[in-house]
Write a protein that binds this ligand. Sequence first.
Ligand code: GTP
Ligand code: MG
Length: 138
Amino acid sequence: AERTLVLVKPDGVRRGLSGEILRRVEAKGYTLRAVRLLDPAPALLQKHYAEHEGKPFFEPLVEFMLSGPVLAVVAEGEGVIPGFRSLAGATNPTDAAPGTIRGDLGRDWGTKVVQNLVHGSDSPESASREIALWFPEL
Ligand code: GTP
Ligand code: MG
């Protein structure tokens, strides 16, 4: 079945929103296949965000992702890859529509990198690559 990698980023975990975010994934009808709270190693984040290496926000992004524990989740269901992206909303919480995770729960905090609560894989190729990185045992 189709699977995606969802991350509750350090801002989401810190603000106590992990349950609310997982609730929305489950309420939509997706299944939680694996869940893990971890302090990601820098090497894992560099691989996860390899496509952004060299961009001006790369270092602040990795630093932000190292600022606290991350909840990594494999969610499953038909259409879950685009479906979770649509639950998450636009990258910038200021622009994200109400009804979405970023639109309802996020805002601009004036930080160097936008803190937008969640990550979701953007394609089937990204999903398999990212699930292998965060859940090597699956
Ligand atoms: P993810 O689900 O986290 O991958 O977000 P996304 O797919 O909506 O965004 P993308 O993969 O393009 O970028 C990854 C992360 O980098 C984003 O979630 C932001 O935190 C940050 N980011 C992306 N683009 C910009 C940008 O133009 N400026 C800044 N400051 N940060 C950015
Ligand atoms: Mg992305």
